[in-house]
Unconditional design. Structure first.
Length: 281
């Protein structure tokens, strides 16, 4: 399988710009990301690369005042996903209670909850602030025998943690077929049999019975667009955890949630990324 290596030079270059760029690139088919001093290198299958799509993403980059330039070369003939995993994905421990690591980590720290994953891209490993913040929320939440939805599941580590904490049943949904396949692999890797994975978007929720807990770690615009669909399958007292946006976006997110009958409970912030908890009244 032939890959292109695209080197991005970002101005300014910081963690937030790199994180958002990775997320945007992931939406248009890029699979692996490696940071360098002026930005990051990203890898995409040659057959899937669309330069017009890339240029359009850069023109409409969601952060203001960011200049992004790039160069393209053919990557060496190697498995870049495997290369990233071995060299850049390290075990992560969250709140001293949850350890996320892969099968090639033989001396991972012991924790109350252990999640095995074989990731194939940078997002969904638990390293990103949004994911780790939602994990922290789930660790503090009683999930025993509660029905849980993981919307925009990625690698499904949130669904897996919910199941390990006693949630049942659990549903994971993602619009990306790669995420669906990787989720199934990770769920099997953890020996879990009560998570249903579906390929699609929030329109799938119209046929769902109400959930006790909904997790949505996506981005601000999708959350605002789909929140009414989440609300339609939340029973009284149901909890909604959302992340994928910045602290300054909390007000607009909260206003939308409150207009749908939810109450703001609290939020967490990490490097300006926010995770918010709401309860249906």
């Amino acid at each position: 399988m032939k890959y292109l290596e695209i080197t991005f030079t970002n101005n300014p270059c910081n963690e937030i710009v790199n994180d958002v760029l990775s997320a945007e690139l992931g939406d248009i088919g890029f699979e692996s990301f490696i940071e360098w001093e002026k930005g990051e290198k990203a890898y995409v299958q040659e057959s899937l690369f669309n330069q017009d799509e890339l240029d359009n993403m850069i023109r409409n980059f969601p952060l203001e005042g960011v200049n992004i330039e790039y160069t393209i070369v053919h990557a060496e003939d190697k498995n870049w996903n495997e290369e990233w995993e071995k060299n850049y994905f390290q075990p992560i421990v969250i709140d001293d209670r949850c350890c996320i690591h892969s099968t090639f980590h033989y001396d991972a720290p012991k924790a109350e909850y252990e999640i095995l994953i074989n990731p194939q891209m940078a997002f969904g490993t638990g390293h990103h602030e949004t994911t780790s913040s939602i994990i922290g929320e789930l660790l503090d939440t009683d999930l025993k025998d509660k029905s849980v939805l993981d919307m925009g599941c990625g690698t499904s580590i949130l669904a897996i943690l919910a199941s390990k904490k006693g949630a049942n049943p659990v549903m994971a949904i993602d619009i990306d077929d790669w995420c669906v396949n990787n989720s199934i692999d990770n769920i099997n890797l953890n020996g879990i049999d009560n998570i249903t994975v579906k390929h699609g978007d929030a329109s799938l929720l119209k046929d769902c019975t109400p959930f006790d807990v909904i997790i949505a770690n996506i981005n601000r615009n999708i959350l605002l667009n789909d929140m009414d669909k989440y609300a339609s399958c939340m029973k009284k007292g149901a909890e909604l955890f959302m992340s994928g946006f910045y602290v300054e976006d909390i007000q607009i997110i909260s206003s939308k949630a409150e207009s749908l009958g939810m109450k703001y409970i609290h939020h967490r912030a990490k490097n300006n990324w926010a995770a918010v908890k709401f309860v249906m009244e």
